[in-house]
Design a protein around this ligand. Structure first.
Ligand SMILES: Cc1ncc(COP(=O)(O)O)c(C=O)c1O
Length: 496
């Protein structure tokens, strides 16, 4: 639609409403600006006197005068002594003229996303739908001891308010780093010094900092195939050369990686509980990987995101516990063990690298709000974290048994379940009869219509073909929901 242009104010277009919450002042101000910006009042156009305008609109003259003054001070209007008030002559809002406007596609092209941005929005991600069976939705928030947390936070504000607003160590709140170092020493099987720990806004953020510090653009990085999008988004953003390395029943295949690109700069992997397949990397594979890293002079990033939740046997020693060469950077998160919304995780750097960073300007500021760090430090050092982990582990073990039991009971012949040995998710592979009928993405879409959210295994695959299957999150469900949803799933899948 063409906007008619005029050299005199069309008072009929100004209309003040008496029965709205907006004041007369703000209505008139907005409408006058609109007339100028839209070009209906052209540069140089004369405005009626404040007396006439106020009279016609039935408002106070002072209101009009105040608005004229404001618009003059902002440069929209010009006042000429004795001559009146005019739209500023230098204004050019011509780019808003519809005739000069481009189509929305052309405009989007001009201010569109970067190539990296385009590749990031194309990444497939699992949907986050807490409480919906079997969405990948992190920990069960009903297990979180909110009262204890609230008490510790309130106590810190009461007793140590200065600490909550004044710590400036960019590696993180020192007592929290001490508590994390003790936890890492206990779970990873190798001692850890607080000076090696950097508190980050989650594991993804830790990985981003590591990539920024240790790898240059276009260098090759081994990534597990399949793997989730958390690492991929960082690698794409930093323009790394992603080398997908297949995962077999022993974990990442070092031989296959060497065959493709032996000289990669880094390998990033989830050895305790491969995401998404759930495999624990065998000891011989771990040693093979460390040997490759030494020969290739490469870094290893060990993402130990859910080591705390193991239901059977003892976990194998972490890569950092086997590393004699200072090549392993260990990262983990409180997103699974506590609450994902705290956005808190950490990395443990080799001592020499931590030493070089300390005192540098690489990390300008802390990345997690201090009140969260202080409460978490107290939560850990006073034994609440361990108690929470023990309680949670028992609860998740029950849920894991229910997934295995009801999965076998209701879905046999359709899906094959392995009893989940750790973590908050499991993989169910299609039995041959189902695999012949449908792919996992289509089957997931059909289940989605019935309210069952499953994540197709195929969204995690790069090159290595994956048999069809679903990744099922069970952390937020109770046993009754698990059984009910397994039955429903069986009904839908049997009809496909
Ligand atoms: C395997 C794995 N590692 C790391 C992360 C990232 O955790 P954070 O929430 O701390 O960024 C995720 C996210 O769910 C994940 O699945």
């Amino acid at each position: 639609m063409l906007i008619p242009r005029t050299n005199s104010i069309d008072l009929l277009t100004l209309e003040l409403q008496r029965d709205t919450a907006a004041s007369i002042h703000s209505q008139l101000d907005t409408q006058l600006r609109g007339l100028i910006i839209s070009g209906r009042l052209q540069p140089g156009a004369k405005l009626p006197s404040s007396r006439r305008l106020a009279g016609q609109l039935g408002c106070a003259r002072n209101t009009v005068l105040a608005i004229f003054d404001q618009l003059i001070s902002e440069g929209f209007l010009e006042g000429q002594a004795g001559a009146g008030t005019f739209v500023a002559s230098q204004l050019d809002f011509g780019f808003l003229d519809p005739k000069s406007r481009k189509t929305s596609a052309q405009r989007a092209g001009a201010r569109g996303l970067s190539k990296v941005g385009e590749s990031l929005i194309a990444l497939q991600r699992a949907e986050y739908l807490p409480g919906r069976p079997f969405a990948l939705a992190g920990p069960d928030l009903s297990l979180f001891p909110a009262e204890v947390w609230g008490r510790l936070s309130a106590r810190a504000w009461r007793q140590r308010p200065r600490e909550l607003v004044s710590c400036t160590d960019p590696f993180g709140y020192p007592p929290l780093r001490t508590a994390i170092a003790q936890h890492v020493s206990a779970v990873s099987g190798a001692s850890c010094d607080p000076d090696q720990v950097i508190v980050t806004a989650g594991a993804t953020h830790a990985f981003e900092l590591i990539v920024r510090l240790l790898v240059d653009p276009d260098e090759a990085i081994w990534v597990e195939d399949p793997c989730s999008s958390w690492a991929m988004s960082v690698l794409l953003a930093y323009r790394m050369r992603v080398v997908p390395v297949p995962v077999d029943e022993q974990g990442l295949s070092v031989v296959a990686g060497e065959r493709t690109t032996s000289s990669a700069r880094m390998a990033v992997l989830t050895p305790s509980h491969q995401y998404p397949l759930g495999v624990a990397m065998s000891l011989s594979r771990r040693l093979e990987l460390l040997d490759w890293a030494r020969r290739a002079n490469a870094w290893i990033v060990e993402d130990d995101y859910d080591r705390e939740f193991r239901y059977e046997g003892r976990p194998l020693p972490s890569l950092r516990a086997l590393d004699v060469d200072n090549r392993v950077v260990y990262i983990s998160t409180f997103s699974k063990a506590l609450v994902s919304a705290f956005r808190t995780g950490y990395m443990v750097l080799p001592e020499d690298i931590a030493e070089r960073l300390r005192g540098s300007r690489v990390f300008e500021e802390q990345s997690v709000a201090l009140p969260v760090q202080v409460a978490l430090a107290d939560f850990m050092s006073e034994g609440h974290f361990i108690a929470h982990l023990q309680r949670s582990r028992r609860a998740y073990a029950r849920k894991a048994r229910a997934v295995d039991h009801f999965g076998r009971k209701h879905l046999s012949g359709l899906l094959a379940f392995d009893a989940p040995a750790s973590g908050l998710h499991t993989v169910a592979k299609f039995e041959p009869a189902l695999a012949r009928r449908i792919g996992d993405a289509d089957a997931a879409a059909a289940l989605g219509k019935a309210g069952i959210i499953v994540t197709p295994l195929s969204i995690y695959a790069f090159k290595a073909p994956q048999p069809p299957g679903f990744v099922l999150g069970f952390g937020t469900l109770n046993e009754a929901q698990i059984e009910l949803s397994m039955r429903k799933m069986a009904r839908v899948l049997a009809r496909l």
